[in-house]
Design a protein around this ligand. Structure first.
Ligand SMILES: O=C(O)CCC(=O)C(=O)O
Ligand SMILES: [Fe+2]
Length: 313
C-alpha cells in the first residue's frame, strides 16, 4: 500500500541473465559481467526514472484536479488510453500477448455486486480488528497471512484468535470477485486470461487519519507500481467504502503533466491500469474516517504467479 511498505514486501529480484549464459560463464566473470552490464544499466535507469518522476510531480504540482470518475456517478465502464512508457521493452519479447502494448486506465462500476462488497468489507473489518498499524495504514494479505500489527507485521494464520475468524464462504467470495476482475482486465487489455496471473502482494488496505508511526504508514507518495514491484504489469483496486461518505481525502490521483486525474473511491468500484510509469499515481492523505480497498495485482510472468488463498485452521 504505502510506497515504502511495498518496497519492503517486494518479490525476490528477477535474475534476468539467461540460463544459457549462466552455463557458459565462470562465476567470477559472471559476477563482473552481471555488474557492469545489468546492474549499472538498472541503476542508471532507476536514477533517470526517479528524476523523471520528480519532474512530472513538480510540473503537475499546480495542475488542476480533473475527475476521471467521481464518487457520485456510476460510470459503468469508463476507459482512457495512455501512451505506454518504455518500461515494458524488455518484457515484450518474453511475454508477447500479455505485456502491455496498449496502455491505459479503466474504471468498472458494475462488475462487483453490492452483496460481494459487503462480504469483502466484513472480511477486512474482522481480519484487521485482530491487528492494525499504530499509524494510519494497515494491510491484511490473505495469501501470505501478513497483517499490520502495531509498528510491524504478524502472520494472521498463526494467531490463535484468528482460527475462527474466516469461513470457507469468505474465501469463495474473495476468489470469485478476484476472478471477475481478472477476466475484466484481460478482456479490456486484449489478453488471453490464461496468460495473465494473479501476483503478490494482493491485499486489503485500511487507511485512517491517524498520524504515521513508521514508513509503512506513508501511503501518499507518488509512485510507479512496476518500479516498486518488478512483477506487476496490471494493477487494480477494488474500493469497499465511499469517498465523501465514509472518509475524507483518500482520492486516487494519476499524476500527469497537464492535469491530475482523480478516481474517487466508490464502494464496488474497480479501477485498473497498466503498472508502468505511464501511470504514476498516489493516494491523497485521508483526513477523516476509514477507507477500505483491495489491491489486486496481475503479472505476465508465470514465475510470480500466486494461487488463491485457502482457509487455514
Ligand atoms: O488504494 C489505492 O487507491 C491505491 C493504492 C496504491 O497505489 C497501491 O497499492 O499501489
Ligand atoms: Fe500504487
Amino acid at each position: 500500500m504505502a510506497a515504502k511498505q511495498r518496497i519492503s514486501r517486494k518479490p525476490p529480484p528477477l535474475n534476468k541473465q539467461s540460463a544459457k549464459s549462466e552455463q557458459k560463464t565462470s562465476p567470477e566473470v559472471r559476477g563482473k559481467t552481471a555488474f557492469s552490464s545489468l546492474d549499472w544499466r538498472r541503476i542508471i535507469i532507476r536514477i533517470a526514472m526517479m528524476f523523471a518522476i520528480m519532474l512530472v510531480v513538480y510540473l503537475s504540482k499546480d495542475a488542476p484536479l480533473v475527475p476521471f470518475a467521481s464518487q457520485q456517478e456510476n460510470v459503468g465502464i469508463r476507459s482512457v488510453a495512455v501512451q505506454c512508457s518504455k518500461d515494458y521493452e524488455e518484457e515484450l519479447k518474453r511475454f508477447p500477448g500479455c505485456t502491455p502494448m496498449k496502455c491505459g486506465r479503466v474504471v468498472f462500476d458494475t462488475l462487483v455486486k453490492r452483496s460481494e462488497v459487503s462480504a469483502l468489507l466484513h472480511i477486512a473489518e474482522r481480519g484487521l480488528a485482530l491487528g492494525g498499524s499504530s499509524g494510519g495504514a494497515s494491510i491484511l494479505d490473505l495469501h501470505s497471512g501478513a497483517l499490520s500489527h502495531g509498528n510491524a507485521f504478524v502472520n494472521i494464520f498463526k494467531l490463535e484468535e484468528a482460527k475462527n475468524t474466516f469461513t470457507m464462504e469468505d474465501f469463495k467470495i474473495y476468489s470469485h470477485v478476484k476472478d471477475k476482475i481478472h477476466a475484466a482486465i484481460a478482456n479490456q487489455f486484449g489478453i488471453n486470461k490464461k496468460d495473465l496471473f494473479l501476483t503478490y502482494p494482493t491485499f486489503f488496505s485500511r487507511i485512517t487519519a491517524a498520524p504515521p508511526q513508521t514508513i509503512h504508514d506513508e501511503y501518499w507518495h507518488p509512485h510507479v507500481d512496476k518500479e516498486t514491484y518488478e512483477s506487476f504489469h496490471y494493477t487494480s483496486l477494488l474500493y469497499l467504502t465511499d469517498y465523501g461518505l465514509h472518509f475524507e481525502g483518500g482520492r486516487f490521483i494519476f499524476v500527469d503533466k497537464d492535469a491530475n486525474k482523480t478516481v474517487e473511491p466508490r464502494a464496488g468500484r474497480v479501477s485498473a491500469f497498466t503498472s508502468g510509469s505511464e501511470n504514476l499515481h498516489h493516494v491523497e492523505r485521508v483526513t477523516k474516517g476509514t477507507r477500505y480497498a483491495i489491491t489486486v495485482s496481475f503479472t505476465c510472468d508465470p514465475k510470480y504467479a500466486i494461487k488463491d488463498p485457502t482457509l487455514q485452521r
